[in-house]
Ligand binder design. Structure first.
Ligand code: ADP
Ligand code: MG
Length: 313
């Protein structure tokens, strides 16, 4: 394309909230064969909500929620935030008191509803762990429990499977060496997601979903949105590997994501597209930024590239 055509296309993109960082990205988008979507925050709204909390011991529900929220309050992860929010609502029932309740962890501990924890660590792709009243508390997925030698009783496993089959993420909680409860977390699809997947297929672009979440939940979400190819339980570093595996036969691969987790994959892709509401690191790693946070703009971007490079051929 002539420099003028590229400039015009970049301008048209910007007007539609599609920021293009350079003519190279603009040219490649027309040839995309595989388009890899991150699940959480990209296909889904990224607004996780706890829908269920089940205690498997004699522990009181409020106490269970306080324990879990105390462990998660320092977490940056959407799952952690959803859990704290749920516990806060349980304790400060009406909106007005929830609104006056501060979101500052230290102040909340002082306010008395959260326990003080020590040795907090966030384990990417797994969950969180810390010490509470001198005992370890673990909040996360099966992998976290397995690695810590926590036994998952059959009735707990069955409950988690049930959640996962209905597209929810099961968050397991262990205190000491005992599995004490499970939370179910839902994250609805973006409204435009299915239409965009259908549109891409019509354009000859093959959609793929990649996620750190478990396979059963990922499959349920993928089915809802119309994606057949699912790569689940992918650790943060593994997402870039998935991109490379699709590039092996010379195919042009695009990746759409929002998280810190996604930035290596966004950089590895021929065309990296970051959701504008995503983290700065993802935005930096990408060739495109979708400012409206609307997946339809993935199609806008490919269309723009096809039109620009078709005209001058
Ligand atoms: P994604 O690729 O979907 O953004 P992540 O790699 O961030 O997923 O997380 C993968 C999985 O690790 C989550 O589905 C969850 O099971 C577990 N996990 C990560 N962080 C937390 C947390 N703070 N609390 C509970 N579980 C977590
Ligand atoms: Mg994400």
């Amino acid at each position: 394309a002539t420099p003028t055509a590229v400039m015009v296309a970049t301008g048209v993109g910007a007007k539609n909230g599609v920021l293009i960082k350079g003519g190279d990205a603009l040219e490649k988008a027309q040839m995309v064969k595989h388009l890899i979507f991150d699940k959480t925050g990209t296909l889904t709204q990224g607004k996780a909500t706890v829908t269920t909390a089940k205690v498997f011991t004699g522990m009181e529900r409020g106490e269970f929620l306080t324990l879990v929220a105390s462990a998660e309050v320092s977490s940056e992860h959407p799952l952690g935030k959803a859990i704290v929010e749920y516990a806060r609502h349980f304790h400060f029932f009406d909106e007005s008191s929830a609104a006056t309740g501060t979101k500052d962890a230290a102040k909340e501990i002082k306010a008395g509803w959260l326990y003080d924890v020590s040795d907090f660590s966030a384990l990417p792709g797994r969950g969180v762990q810390c010490l509470l009243h001198g005992k370890p508390i673990l909040v996360g997925n099966r992998k976290l429990m397995e690695e810590s030698g926590i036994d998952i009783p059959t009735q707990v496993e069955n409950f988690v499977v049930e959640l996962e089959e209905s597209a929810k993420t099961g968050v397991l909680v262990a205190y000491g060496d005992e599995l004490i409860g499970v939370l179910g977390v839902a994250d609805p699809l973006k409204r435009e997601a299915s239409v965009v997947i259908e549109g891409l297929q019509k354009m000859g672009v093959r959609p793929v979903m990649v996620t750190g979440d478990n396979l059963r939940t990922a499959r349920a979400v993928a089915k809802e949105v119309g994606i057949e190819d699912v790569r689940a339980e992918v650790m943060p570093a593994g997402k870039a590997e998935v991109v490379r595996s699709f590039q092996k036969d010379g195919s042009i691969v695009a990746m759409v994501g929002d998280g810190i987790n996604d930035s290596p994959a966004l950089a590895a892709a021929d065309v990296g597209m970051a959701i504008g509401a995503g983290t700065d690191i993802a935005i930096e790693a990408a060739d495109y930024v979708l400012m409206r946070n609307n997946l339809e703009d993935v199609i806008t971007a490919i269309d723009l590239s096809r039109k620009t490079f078709f005209r001058i051929r």
